[in-house]
Design a protein around this ligand. Structure first.
Ligand code: ZN
Length: 393
């Protein structure tokens, strides 16, 4: 594995541009401007323009499991910058409830450097404006800085006029910070995963070509249409609520059967977002539970997560076609259903809660399905639960 030690930073070398644009007419909310390869396009590095990547989570760009990721703010000493810093410290760490990764802020060296202000970054060919959000993917945050040590690996250039609408500000902080730190962990855009079950319409070009985005056709191709390719991908079923999915109004894409594709403004993590990073960054040293067999219709079976990070493992076999539920009671739980043992295979489903209930219609009766039960905060929680599988129709 490549060296993943944090690099020293010299924030004085990255300065706000003197001719920063006015924030008065900033289009908000803005979209994350990541490239399909997970990081922003670097003109001097042609490979960053190629769709050479992967998604959901790119297992090849993961940090070493258990890393304490050091995050340093390069800019934003004013009051608004301090407000953003506070939001980042509060929100980014949500990922640590699920991934075995810790974030340490304001260290003398950094894995991830964060810019909060507009400016130009000529080394990368960027113009960063109010509303510009992006991040290199996973370990590329550090790899880029081996070439350009004082440059940001993440841009969180929230426009100050968000303060005029505190509710919008809170939603935007949550949406953008969780999304960009998702990239920092190695997650790609949900809408660019190669197995997405949708087709785009030509209207996608005119929609994003118009204000407030004003994207070129190439930008639409790179941000939306091009699927991530190659690499080692790991993820669950297509999740329109994923924090890594853009918001799409009706008319831009359709499912294969013609159903219009729509996705909402996602500002929180979904059960699948949580399970995927829990699988990519598991707690080390939590002994695996033996797999138990559940029988549909039988009484609920007791289970226990006695060590943080332990996973309860089950399998069952539907014998007749119909609709089944997997339900837990007791501790707040994250429940995942898999068609292959320990392999999400792009089809995993998940549910969460103190009464987590997952409803599904098995395609393959007479074959094994697999269930994983985690505490709802897998890296921290323990507790007792009961689990049952029931055929409901
Ligand atoms: Zn993004």
């Amino acid at each position: 594995m490549a060296d993943q030690d944090p690099l020293p930073i010299d924030a004085s070398k990255f300065q706000r541009a003197a001719d920063s644009p006015s924030p008065d007419d900033v289009p908000t909310p803005g979209l994350c401007g990541n490239q399909p390869n997970g990081g922003p396009y670097v003109p001097s590095k042609p490979e960053t323009a190629a769709t050479s990547t992967r998604a959901v989570i790119d297992m090849d760009r993961r940090w070493k499991n258990g890393t304490r990721l050091q995050v340093v703010f390069l800019t934003g000493d004013d009051a608004w910058g301090q407000a953003i810093r506070q939001a980042v410290r509060r929100i980014a760490v949500q990922w640590s409830d699920y991934a075995n990764i810790t974030f340490d802020f304001d260290q003398p060296a950094a894995h991830i450097t964060v810019n909060l202000v507009p400016g130009s970054i000529p080394q990368l060919g960027w113009s960063v404006n109010w509303g510009s959000y992006n991040c290199f993917m996973g370990t590329d945050c550090l790899n880029m800085r081996k070439q350009f040590p004082s440059l940001p690996s993440m841009n969180l250039v929230f426009p100050p006029n968000l303060q005029n609408d505190p509710n919008l500000m809170d939603a935007e902080f949550s949406r953008v910070i969780l999304h960009e730190f998702g990239h920092a962990l190695g997650l790609i855009h949900e809408h660019q995963r190669p197995d997405r079950p949708i087709d785009w319409t030509p209207d996608v070009f005119s929609y994003y070509g118009a204000p407030p985005n004003n994207w070129s056709q190439q930008m639409v191709q790179e941000q939306i249409i091009n699927a991530v390719q190659g690499g080692t991908l790991m993820g669950g079923a297509f999740d329109i609520n994923s924090i890594m999915m853009y918001q799409y109004p009706q008319g831009l894409a359709a499912y294969k059967d013609g159903t219009p594709f729509v996705s909402p403004n996602n500002v929180i993590l979904t059960p699948l977002d949580k399970v995927v990073v829990a699988m990519a960054y598991p707690v080390e040293g939590a002994p695996a539970s033996n797999e138990q067999t559940l029988v549909p219709g039988e009484a609920a079976r007791p289970g226990k997560i006695d060590v943080a990070g332990r996973v309860g493992r089950y399998k069952f076999q539907p014998q007749t076609e119909g609709v089944y539920t997997i339900a837990t009671t007791g501790m707040p739980a994250l429940v995942a259903l898999l068609g292959k043992r320990d392999d999400p295979a792009g089809r995993m489903l998940a549910a969460e809660g103190a009464n987590a209930k997952l409803t599904f219609r098995p395609k393959n009766v007479g074959q094994d399905y697999f269930v994983q039960v985690r505490h709802a905060r897998p890296t921290k929680g323990t507790g007792d639960f009961q689990i049952a599988v029931t055929q409901v129709s």
